[in-house]
Structures are given as structure tokens and as C-alpha cells.
Design a protein around this ligand. Structure first.
Ligand code: DGY
Length: 326
């Protein structure tokens, strides 16, 4: 640290991480870490730490913006514990010569599992049914109680056919689903090898029984699913968002769910996280809501952290790290 005369570079970690994930950095670097696992580092503390740090190991809760990057005179790398990095101003990072890395690949299957979980849970109303059971509302087996939509044999439309989208599509084959996808670029291999079919967004929305959003949040995708798009969907359709809240217009979604324009939604992400307790979405029985747990398996989270630690060590020791986005 400052004034101790030692020449080690400083790594600041914005959340309390398991010691086994951090240990590999301790020998070569000064490791400093926010004290809480649950609460994000306050902005003021982050700015102060960024002024000294050579590396920042960040979560999506941190705004790594131009102001921060301008103050971070020593900074060589921002390594983000996520595949998405919409919280980082990559343009400003590039201008300041700061490398940015993320954690792709290792979280693909885990996140695809969770997206599929949300499809099943929203279609079969499992959250609503469990809440009723726990509230003592289970009086008897009922002929039409908690009846939902079938997944097996239905049409699935994937919006954003990256690694995770393909993972969901592969799972869907086991449920005999008909898979459509929409993406910036076509995926010839997904089409020829697996029989997934490309569709324009409007066609996909009209034809799908399940629409699963797995695109990154960019200027292009912000608000991509709004009132008009929801209006194209079937009244029996289920919308799943396991990507970023900002891609779906929440006000329009609330209206569509309330008015029976679509049937249900399964959401792992929200425009504001954590979502406010009194948010209108949480008052709707046909919403299955999860607190952004897409990549949350023990093995995957530790694998993500390993990628971050390796990238930080590589950059600070003069090697070129993997998984650079800048
Ligand atoms: C990601 O990886 O982008 C998730 O949203 C956070 O783990």
C-alpha cells in the first residue's frame, strides 16, 4: 500500500468474495476488498479506491463510467464478474488504455438451465402454486386449478442467439420444441446442425409460444420488446427475460400481462435491481420473478472468479489476458 515502500500493485475487489477465489492474487499483489457480500460498495468508496488501484474486480452493480476511469490514474484492467458489461463505459476504457475482461463460456450452461427453469416455472405457475400451498390455500385437488401451458412440443423463439441462446435451444430439443431464433447475424451452424430456424423479430413474436430474451443490453436492444412487440405475441405466450431488464419495457409488459395480451412472464432481470418491493410487476400473479440468479451455481461462480483472477494477474504482470472486451 501507499507509503509502505513495497512495489506490489493493488487490486481492488468491489465485493467480498470467497477466499479461495482471491487467494491466488495475494502473493503477488496487494489485495483490498469491500467488506460486504450482500451490499455493493458505495460510489464514494469505489472512486477513492479506484484512484490507487491497478486493477478493479467489479460486479454489475458498479458504474464504471468516464468519471471513474478519469480518476483512476494507475488503472490497467477492469475485470468484471459477469458476461454482460453494460455497466462499463468501454469507449472511455479504451481511451484510457484500460483493459476490460468478462467471464464468457463458463456460465453458458448454468444460465441456460435457469432460463429453461423460468420457462417451465412461468408456464406451469409453480411460484404461484407454491405460494398458495404455503399460505394454507390448498383445500383439495381441483379440476382446473393452477392449469398452465404445455412446454413439450411448443414453439420456442429465442431473441439473441449467442452461446446461452444456443444452450436453451439445445435443451428445447429434448422437449420436442420447434425452435426459432432472432439474432443480429444468422447462425448457419445452428440452422444446419440443429434445425433451429431464423425468423425476423415480428414473425418470431407472432409464432412463438415461448419467447426467451438472451441478448446483451446495448443501444440497439434497449427497449426492443415494447408495447408493439408484446401486441404481436399470442395471448397464451410466455415471455422469459434472463438477459437484462432494459431490453423489455416493463411498463408495457405490466399492461400486457394485466390485460391478458400475453399469458405469463418469467423474469430474472429488471430495469432497476433490486426491483422495488412495491413494483407493479410483483403484484401480478402471472409473473415469476427471481433475483438475477442466472449464473448462480457454486461451480460456475467459482469458475467465473477464476477467469477474473487470471485476467488480472496476466494484465498486471504484462501478459495479454483472455476474454478481453477492450
Ligand atoms: C452476467 O454474467 O452478465 C450475469 O448477468 C451476472 O452474472
Amino acid at each position: 500500500g501507499k507509503g509502505t515502500g513495497d512495489m506490489k500493485k493493488t487490486v481492488y475487489i468491489t465485493r467480498k468474495l470467497p477466499e479461495e477465489a482471491v487467494a491466488p492474487l495475494r502473493e503477488s499483489f496487494n489485495v483490498d476488498m469491500w467488506t460486504s457480500e450482500d451490499e455493493p460498495v458505495p460510489r464514494g468508496v469505489l472512486l477513492e479506491k479506484a484512484e490507487e488501484a491497478h486493477a478493479l474486480w467489479t460486479m454489475l452493480s458498479e458504474e464504471v463510467d468516464r468519471e471513474l476511469l478519469e480518476r483512476a490514474k494507475n488503472l490497467e484492467i477492469v475485470s468484471q464478474l459477469a458476461v454482460g458489461y453494460n455497466n462499463i463505459d468501454t469507449e472511455a476504457a479504451k481511451e484510457h488504455g484500460v483493459t476490460v475482461t468478462n467471464t464468457p463460456g463458463v456460465l453458458t450452461e448454468t444460465t441456460a438451465d435457469l432460463a429453461f427453469t423460468l420457462m417451465l416455472a412461468a408456464a406451469r405457475r409453480t411460484g404461484q402454486a407454491e405460494r398458495a400451498l404455503r399460505a394454507g390455500e390448498w383445500k383439495s385437488w381441483t379440476p382446473m386449478g393452477f392449469t398452465g401451458q404445455d412446454i413439450f412440443g411448443a414453439t420456442l423463439g429465442i431473441v439473441g442467439m449467442g452461446r446461452i441462446g444456443e444452450g436453451v435451444a439445445r435443451r428445447a430439443r429434448g422437449f420436442d420444441m420447434n425452435v426459432l431464433y432472432h439474432n443480429r447475424t444468422r447462425k448457419p451452424e445452428a440452422e444446419s446442425m440443429h434445425g433451429f430456424r431464423y425468423a425476423g423479430l415480428d414473425d418470431l413474436l407472432r409464432q412463438s409460444d415461448f419467447v426467451v430474451v438472451l441478448a446483451p443490453l446495448t443501444d440497439e436492444t434497449r427497449g426492443m420488446i415494447g408495447e408493439r412487440e408484446l401486441g404481436l405475441m399470442k395471448e397464451t405466450a410466455v415471455l422469459v427475460n434472463a438477459a437484462r431488464g432494459g431490453i423489455v419495457d416493463e411498463e408495457a409488459l405490466c399492461d400486457a400481462l394485466r390485460n391478458g395480451q400475453i399469458w405469463a412472464a418469467g423474469l430474472d432481470v429488471f430495469e432497476e435491481e433490486p426491483i422495488a418491493q412495491d413494483h407493479p410487476l410483483l403484484e401480478l400473479p402471472n409473473v415469476t420473478a427471481l433475483p438475477h440468479i442466472g449464473s448462480a451455481s457454486i461451480e460456475t461462480r467459482l469458475a467465473m472468479m477464476k477467469l477474473n483472477a487470471e485476467a488480472i494477474a496476466d494484465r498486471l504482470e504484462g501478459r495479454t489476458p483472455d476474454n478481453r472486451v477492450v
